[in-house]
Design a protein around this ligand. Structure first.
Ligand code: SF4
Length: 871
């Protein structure tokens, strides 16, 4: 979709890293007519495109909101540092991907609040979008800034910047919120009236309606209820998550994202009750999707996206009621088209042979375990619910089933931790490595990660202090020196970043000033080690007079008030306090559920009814019979084809890898039965001719592919074109004889059309060319490569060059091998080092016995001489 900013954005895209983060136009992205909707909302993710696009909440809300004809939800991500600089330099506002509309023009901007160290990025996005940062500075016509996600459970550090914070499950909440917003706007309500009314929607917190007062005991600013707004704000809970089926039309990115696959949430909540885990509390109670709805969503998702990987996600996937049967059913369906499956957050005890065998039927994905602590005593303190036996059992099974790399996650700085617990991490890692040596098929390797424990709001540890930085550094050093084995890699988090995270996790409203000051000092992307600016944060805290120690290092009595007490997670303080007490005496609490309920929250009745976990109820009434794994599928028959295709418009920013992925996904969406390679990692049999430089358009590219059953070429091209994004399409498809040469063996030249930016007329261009090339023995250019300059003689690379009537330069250049000139080299060689031009690759060619042939004519063992291309 073109906007007034499209051209300006086009100009800066060639200068930034990973331009496909910013081009939009992805498959399944939604474009609506803005005049036909009542509410326009920008779903803003304050981190990179690849992280935001992987986020399940964003996927759910995008699909849900766009299913409503009166709402148009678009996406916007935080531009990376280079893009921020380019936007500022060119005075281009931050716009959404779908319509390239500046953020200030939206009715609502909804931020996903997932991580404390994204907060400065929120300010960057508002600023670039032309929106005043402070809620108090925004007038009647400015967008409403809202946020939701796990950080909504201590929203105070963000209170100055947000109009509303939505607390709890988003599906019903956002729809109720936007419906009310729409009605209020229709009724002509002022901003003040709108906020007061919105505060009455259950789950909505409007910070401006809650002034703060200083708690003399702790020094915290505590929100007060004095204006009739609900107190506390109760978290919204969606009990029947199947009422909102998981989206099957997620946007398919060009750029590789962190979770580049279909991910389906099979269950919300977790029964284990790890005492450090905020998610384990704020997503209670456990609610399962039915196996039928999961299977239906996956079947449609794979067809509508073309992904070849599926992930079943939850906080604890192995506990899903009928997980083994679900996996077996899915693997039966997936095996033929080589779709792989992974389970997130699988506890070691859940990786029994039955589950592992099923997962390995298609492709192995990584295996991760999170023992969290090195000794049983400390695992009991944190109520990890995992014994060493479970961990070793899971590791052994993983190695036996063919995994070679295991990732182990630990935390350091946990309550009551001693040297013995740190030694326990080293011992456990070495024991697992020994198991790997015994059971893995090849050399086993282990990655040990140690993050710093941060006491989080709404957990039993919320009253405890964080460990000081020096002690954390010493523990990291001890682990590092104790894991000096080439097969063990140790990864750790910078303690300064954890320190910052701790401050904002437990901080109050005073931090709004600090956040603003740090952002003004240049802090961005604080969760990224290379971007984190510790000194600027220290300076910002000093300049705003905030003592972070009161958030980080105070040991509070149970009953002391926190700055998040006005947000009711649904879990009682009594339960949290009891868990803290048990923790400090290393007494674990068993997994909860229908058989054993501790009455932790307001939802005990729903938990005990069993209606939230239908799969589990079924499992209890039947004993699961082991299901044999079917044999591997027989070798596939193969039929080979060649296609000529174009890659134009914004598609020119796709790298070769992105193009290949997009093409394969298009084939899969079209239901084309691509043949795969044999072996451990089956890959689709699809090969491309020469790679094209990012930013160059082409009207004549080629690919060969093999499919499992013959299909008429016209039908293939029609079906595939219906499933490719705009700018990418097949122009010709034809069968290729078995034994014909590959594209790589054939193609040795390329035809380019080049239009100089400051174009002389055609006659003077032709004269100019003739003058420069006549009798020349060489034509030298200097080009930069990987930071080095090299001199290149471009003359041997030029087969033909001429100026057309309209002033376009047509050139056929040599391709393949090394030392060949690119078209931009030729432009600079002929017209000077500063000459620039718009370059389009028109075709790839086969130079054979002095004639240029089309690769489409070389599909047999003998090329057809009739297919000469005139150039
Ligand atoms: S109410 Fe009972 S079953 Fe439900 S989450 Fe709390 S302890 Fe578990």
């Amino acid at each position: 979709m073109m906007s007034v900013y499209s051209e300006a954005i086009e100009r800066i895209l060639p200068r930034v890293q990973k331009p496909t983060r910013y081009i939009g136009g992805e498959w399944n992205s939604v474009v609506k007519d803005p005049t036909q909707v009542d509410v326009r909302i920008a779903l803003a993710f304050p981190d990179t495109y690849e992280l935001g696009m992987s986020h399940l909440g964003l996927r759910i809300l995008y699909s849900l909101l766009n299913s409503r004809p009166d709402i148009w939800a678009e996406r916007v991500f935080c531009p990376w540092i280079d893009m921020e600089a380019e936007l500022k330099e060119s005075h281009i506002p931050l716009t959404t991907l779908e319509s390239e509309t500046p953020l200030r023009q939206f009715d609502v901007i909804g931020f996903s609040l997932q991580y404390e160290l994204n907060y400065t990025n929120i300010l960057t996005m508002l600023h670039l979008g032309g929106v005043p940062l402070l809620a108090s500075d925004r007038g009647e016509n400015e967008p409403l800034i809202i946020g939701g996600g796990s950080m909504a459970f201590n929203p105070e550090p963000l209170a100055d910047f947000f109009d509303c914070i939505l607390v709890g499950d988003g599906e019903e909440l956002i729809l109720d919120f936007l419906s009310k917003f729409k009605a209020l706007r229709r009724a002509g309500a002022s901003k003040e009236e709108t906020l007061k009314e919105l505060a009455q929607v259950p789950g909505v917190y409007v910070p401006s309606l809650y002034p703060t007062a200083l708690d003399p005991k702790t020094g915290f600013l505590l929100p007060q209820s004095i204006q009739g707004a609900p107190f506390p704000v109760k978290r919204r809970i969606l009990y029947d998550i199947d009422r909102y089926p998981f989206p099957d039309d997620v946007v398919v990115p060009f750029h590789e994202i962190v979770h580049d696959r279909v991910s389906v949430e099979i269950m919300r909540g977790c029964t284990v009750g790890c005492r450090f885990c905020q998610a384990g509390i704020i997503y209670r109670p456990v609610r399962e999707r039915s196996p039928e709805s999961i299977k239906a969503v996956l079947e449609k998702s794979l067809r509508r996206t073309g992904f070849d990987e599926v992930s079943l996600t939850s906080l604890n996937s192995g506990e899903y009621g009928s997980v083994a049967d679900l996996i077996a059913d899915l693997m039966d369906d997936f095996q033929e088209d080589r779709t792989s499956l992974s389970l997130s957050s699988l506890r070691p005890s859940s990786l029994n042979e039955r589950i592992a065998e099923q997962i390995r039927r298609v492709r192995k994905t990584g295996f991760t375990m999170a023992p969290e602590a090195g000794t049983q005593r400390l695992r009991d303190v944190i109520n990890k619910g995992t014994s060493e036996r479970d961990i070793l059992f899971g590791a052994e099974n993983a190695f036996r089933q063919g995994w070679e790399v295991l990732k182990l996650y630990f935390m350091i700085g946990l309550p009551t931790e001693t040297d013995e617990d740190i030694q326990g991490i080293l011992d456990l890692a070495h024991k697992i490595l020994r198991l790997g040596r015994q059971h893995a098929r090849r050399a086993a390797r282990i990655t040990v990660s140690a993050s710093s424990f941060i006491p989080k709001p709404h957990t039993p540890f919320q009253w405890l202090p964080m460990e000081r930085m020096e002690a954390l550094r010493e523990k990291q050093a001890k682990i590092r020196s104790g894991l000096k084995n080439p097969n063990i890699q140790f990864k750790w988090h910078d303690v300064e970043i954890s320190w910052m995270e701790g401050i904002f996790a437990k901080g109050d409203r005073t931090l709004g000033r600090t956040l603003l000051r740090a952002w003004e000092r240049g802090c961005r992307y604080d969760g990224w080690t290379e971007q984190f600016r510790y000194r600027d944060w220290v300076a910002a805290l000093e300049e705003t007079g905030v003592d972070p120690n009161r958030f980080l290092y105070q040991r509070l009595e149970v009953g002391a008030r926190h700055s998040w007490d006005h947000i009711d997670s649904g879990v009682s303080e009594r339960y949290l306090a009891k868990e803290l007490e048990l923790s400090l005496t290393s007494v674990p609490t068993d997994t909860c559920g229908i058989d054993k309920c501790y009455g932790c929250g307001s939802f005990a009745r729903q938990c005990l009814s069993g209606e939230l976990v239908p799969g589990k109820m079924e499992e209890k009434s039947e004993v699961e019979a082991p299901r044999p794994v079917p044999p591997s599928p027989p070798p596939q028959p193969r039929h080979r084809y060649r296609a000529r295709y174009h890659k134009v418009g914004r598609m020119r920013y796709l790298s070769h890898l992105e193009l290949s992925r997009s093409m394969i996904r298009g084939f899969r969406r079209a239901g084309i039965p691509l043949a795969h390679t044999e072996g451990f990692h089956p890959m689709p049999r699809l090969s491309f001719a020469s790679a094209l430089a990012v930013g160059v358009e082409s009207r004549g590219e080629y690919l060969d592919f093999e499919i499992c059953r013959p299909m008429p070429p016209e039908s293939l091209s029609r079906r595939i074109n219906q499933c490719l994004p705009t700018g990418l399409g097949l122009d010709q498809v034809a069968e290729v004889e078995t034994g014909a040469k590959s594209l790589g063996e054939l193609i040795n030249a390329a035809l380019y059309w080049v239009r100089l930016q400051e174009a002389p007329d055609a006659i003077s261009l032709a004269d100019d060319l003739a003058g420069k090339l006549k009798g020349a023995s060489h034509l030298k250019v200097v080009r930069e490569r990987k930071g080095q300059t090299e001199e290149l003689d471009i003359l041997p690379s030029i087969y033909r060059i001429s100026a057309a009537q309209d002033g376009t330069l047509e050139m056929i250049l040599r391709l393949g091998g090394s030392g060949n000139a690119r078209p931009d080299d030729v432009v600079r060689g002929l017209f000077g080092p500063n000459a620039s031009a718009r370059i389009v690759r028109q075709d790839l060619l086969v130079l054979l016995e002095g004639e240029f042939l089309s690769p489409m004519a070389c599909r047999g063992n003998d090329p057809t001489p009739a297919a000469v291309v005139s150039a």
